[in-house]
Ligand binder design. Sequence first.
Ligand code: DGJ
Length: 371
Amino acid sequence: MKNVYNTFGGTADAPWYDTDGKRIQAHGGQVQKFTVNGKDKWYWIGEDKTYGYRPCGGIHLYSSDDLYNWKDEGIILRTMESTDEFEEPYFKELYGSLTKEEKETIFIDLDRNRCVIERPKMLYNEKTGKYVIWFHADGRFPGCKGDYDKAKAGVAVCDRPNGVFRMLGSYKLNYHNDPNGEYGFDGWENRGSVRDMNLFLDKDRTAYIIYSSEGNRTTFVSRLNEEYTNLAVDRDQAVEGVDFTRNFIGCFREAHAMFCYQNKYYMINSGCTSWSPNPARYAVADHPMGPWRDMGDPCMEKGRETTYDSQSTCVILVDEEKGGCIYMGDRWKEEDLAVSGYIWLPIVFLPDGKMILEKREDWSYGQESSK
Ligand code: DGJ
């Protein structure tokens, strides 16, 4: 079915089709503008859930001129059936120079029948000219039966946003250096765990990763290195309060989305209730690493107890000058994740800096504060 859109479905949650008439597969996603070959375009990266939870469809990319109509740019990080595929041209080109052991390690992150690839986000690094994807890399592997026990962050790079991304690896990140500390269900053994995650690029081009850790009890914000491919400081040398911060300790937040609006940093996130929606909260800070001041629930209308049946994944700052922020949420359909919906809503800022997530159906950008 082909559609030309000039509105966002919002809470109406109608299926959203790409310009070929296929259902958009970009869940847990992120939208941002890149200039590629002198041309500005919006890019939407997200989880491909064509086959439901598994087999894992990898990471999908779409592009758009107007945010309403999306062209399929294909799967930019493919998953694999077996290590035999390292002999096929696509994977040989990417990983041909690696040792057998290194390939086996990459395979754990890309094993389509066992891996979990969630909440992929992309950054463009002006210094290296590379596009860098980070994602929640999880799933089963030898000796581990749970889908969320691995709890790492995966990193992949490419010269183009819509090219073929090469995995660099997957990592545990910062941890609270106190063996007697509270690590939730992860414990000290699994310190530095990463589950729901997001990225934030500040105006000075410093990039941060935001992630749920310590058994999802705590939200970490960690500075990335200049290439955006790893932590700024090795995790065993990193200093809390300098290289990373621990936020909302004991609050069990996930689905983080950070953005900067009029020199204030905002973070919206959800509680941890699996695929079921719960009330959102947001917080404000003067720096991406905090301290964060909890501002409560940004939803004011009926349905606020489920964030209008959605879970946050990104906030699109459409126009820095004129403002205009769009909340991107997922409406997960646990019984068939492939048809999970996208709930995009306008964010309105009050003069005192508070923000409201408006409950809207079939709305257009530019009309977000006309209610
Ligand atoms: C909630 C998270 O936000 C999702 O990304 C996913 O990990 C589900 N939990 C799995 O239950």
